[in-house]
Design a protein around this ligand. Structure first.
Ligand code: EPU
Length: 422
């Protein structure tokens, strides 16, 4: 059990290199199951969720090493289609293994997935998509069993552009008989990365990045060397961190086109941003301006994964703003914690009404989920006095040693052992 202790009120300054994307790496690691042999995946960050994914792959019979941001994964001896319950409950992304295991073994058994508590997070679109490809699915209170003689290509329309369902269906359909078309597919850059990875293994997929993805089934895939894209949410978090501390930072290794909506919103708030090929310069000298309304939506709109961090910035704005969350139905757990730091936020259903205050004040707060936790770190970096963030295992799911990232930028932040209360 650890906590972060932050002495706030210092502007961040300096340069950081953005690490690989968690949400791109997770489905790519799952997709390795589709081809027998040794895969080498580069730019894989050292995160709790990645370690859980590797644990699951080991439990299925893979050999996996993760050193220097590189995963070497040998899938030749995979011998199980049954994901252990304990690991499944630790991470929602274990659901991604359904598609590849079904394609490889014709069957898979999983448990209802766990993960960040940010809403109801149903999996009906995953299951319906796999059913459309011919899978027979048996859902009981806890377990989900899925089997199929031969997966067959189909036209699938998603009710909403779910990232995970799009990825799961892509992986199941890649070696199915015939052609699968996913309509109303998610358009996130991580989906394009998965398409690029699968194609590098010999798949025939096009359309990722648009709402129609076409997958022509192929007979066989072969392992390859692949480099995961940088993490646009980590980059966005750091851009907002620069703004909340009135700092000046440079992000390297991040293509700004993945952050178009974020850059647009930050400029409206008064943050100065300049971009080059894969460099983003961020500078904020003045108090942020309020915005009438920001709405989170699927890519390319403003991402839900930066909503909590953005709320910290708007809490410090010179006026009143509204932030509306439309992707998840339970992603406002940071509101109470920010109010405890002096913010003035009222929540009504999926909207937060934010009256900017001149200053936040340090206190002890609790990370309830990954991005809420990151937002509290940002609040702590901006606040007067000392902030202690507890339950930081949530933050470790998505940021590779967040304290070191901010220390590089001059942030006064330390990871310490948490002495349990008696
Ligand atoms: N949904 C359903 N049924 C389904 C699937 C999704 O109703 O079968 C609903 C969800 O309940 C949610 C909405 O659709 O309200 C969007 O969910 P989606 O499936 O798009 O999200 P996800 O695949 O579970 C990924 C990221 C999330 C990110 C969302 C949205 C990964 C591993 N996770 O989740 O990342 O917020 O897309 O962009 O890729 C994070 O990194 O903090 C994180 C939560």
């Amino acid at each position: 059990m650890e906590k972060l202790v932050i002495e706030g009120g210092r502007p961040l300054s300096g340069t950081v290199q953005i690490h690989g994307s968690k949400n791109a790496a997770l489905p790519i690691l799952a997709a390795c199951l589709l081809a027998d042999g040794i895969h080498v995946i580069e730019n894989v960050p050292k995160l709790l969720d990645i370690e859980v994914m590797l644990e699951i792959l080991r439990a299925l019979g893979c050999r996996a090493e993760h050193a220097d941001e590189r995963v070497i994964l040998d899938t030749a001896d995979v011998n199980s289609h049954h994901i252990p319950e304990k690991l499944m409950r630790q991470m929602r992304s274990s659901i991604f293994l359904m598609g590849p295991l079904l394609a490889r073994f014709g069957k898979v058994q999983i448990y209802q997935p766990g993960g960040c508590a940010i809403g109801s997070r149903k999996i009906d679109l995953h299951l319906r998509g796999l059913e459309s490809l011919g899978a027979v699915i048996d859902v009981s209170a806890d377990t989900i069993k899925c089997s199929v003689e031969k997966l067959k290509g189909e036209d699938i329309l998603l009710d909403l552009p779910s990232v995970g369902a799009t990825e799961n269906i892509m992986m199941a359909a890649v070696m199915a008989e015939g052609t699968t078309t996913i309509h109303n597919a998610a358009r996130e850059p991580e989906i394009t990365d998965l398409q690029n990875f699968l194609n590098a293994m010999g798949a025939d997929i096009s359309g990722a990045g648009t709402d129609t993805i076409i997958i022509h089934g192929v007979a066989k895939l072969t392992p390859c060397l692949y480099r995961v894209i940088p993490d646009r949410i980590v980059a966005g978090t750091l851009m907002i961190a620069a703004a909340v501390t009135r700092g000046t930072i440079t992000l390297r290794n991040m293509d700004p086109k993945y952050l178009t909506a974020v850059i647009h919103v930050l400029k409206r708030v008064g943050v100065q941003i300049r971009t080059e090929d894969d460099i983003i310069y961020v500078n904020c000298m003045n108090r942020p301006k309020p915005v009438d309304q920001i709405v989170t939506s699927p890519y390319p709109a403003f991402p839900t994964d930066l909503q909590a961090q953005m709320m910290v910035l708007l809490s410090l704005a010179d006026g009143f703003s509204i932030l509306k969350e439309t992707v998840f139905d339970g992603r406002f757990k940071h509101v109470d914690e920010l109010n405890r730091m002096g913010a003035d936020i009222r929540q009504d259903w999926n909207s937060a009404f934010i009256r900017g205050v001149p200053r936040l004040y340090g206190t002890t707060v609790e990370a309830t989920d990954l991005r809420a936790g990151a937002a509290l770190v940002l609040a702590g970096l901006a606040a007067a006095g000392t902030t202690v963030v507890e339950q930081i295992q949530h933050i470790d799911r998505g940021y590779d040693r967040i304290e070191e990232i901010f220390q590089q930028l001059g942030g006064q932040i330390q990871r310490c052992a948490l002495i349990p209360k008696v």
